[in-house]
Ligand binder design. Sequence first.
Ligand SMILES: Nc1ncnc2c1ncn2[C@@H]1O[C@H](COP(=O)(O)OP(=O)(O)O)[C@@H](O)[C@H]1O
Ligand SMILES: [Mg+2]
Length: 254
Amino acid sequence: MKIAISGKGGVGKTTFAANFARWLAQKGVTVLAVDADPDASLGSVLGITDNVLADLKPIVDMKELIEERMGGSGAFYPLNPNVDDILDDYCIYVGPIRFFRMGNIKGGGTSCYCKENSFLQALVNSLILGEQDTVILDMGAGIEQLTRGTAMGVDVLVIVTEPSKVSVQTVKVVQQLALELGIPRVVVVGNKIRNAKDEDFLRDRFSSEQLIGMIPYSDELLEMSINTGSDELPGGSLGVNLNTIYQKIANEGR
Ligand SMILES: Nc1ncnc2c1ncn2[C@@H]1O[C@H](COP(=O)(O)OP(=O)(O)O)[C@@H](O)[C@H]1O
Ligand SMILES: [Mg+2]
């Protein structure tokens, strides 16, 4: 099963992705957690130490590897380089969870990053269409790593949102992109909900079919960005709430 997570910066995508990955792992599912957000933090929230993370270069920055797979200089390079082994070679384990950091193409300037782009697209392709394990992709607000070809392989796109106008606006943009790409199922999860007014705000903007759950504002979840690395999932009513949401998403799988 392939699950992509998107939404505006700061809404709680990474926290959601990390807990979902842990929940799946606890159920005995083999999970590959992929940090595909330019604003990378999944590794840290999963509990990988700063030292290890500093040594773990994002794959897109591995110039030699890219040269090796894409061929030397010039405008000609393979459009479908073989990258199937790269995931195995460059991921690291956090407990039972495999972790992999994609990195992003630095746009702007005058250089052409066509080669790097093709390489990343081949990787995403291999991740979504070739990988046997369950994959959780922590993406940014943009889902440009997905193409029409790979989008069909994503079982469900989860868009996380806060109860705010700007965050909901981002959801609408991502929903439209997802529609154009042909992602089969797109769901919305409300996060940092403080009261009934927050709930109503989101219920007024999304159908119950779209909005599959709401997560309260919680100090326990906030703490996860400070005391990273605990593989304990929240218990109590928050745990029950999260469990219901994760189960709904897992049920979307084929
Ligand atoms: N339900 C929640 N209640 C309180 N704080 C939360 C909640 N979800 C996430 N956070 C906090 O919000 C901040 C941003 O979360 P993060 O997952 O990094 O967002 P994103 O990946 O979307 O940028 C972090 O400090 C995180 O601990
Ligand atoms: Mg994040």
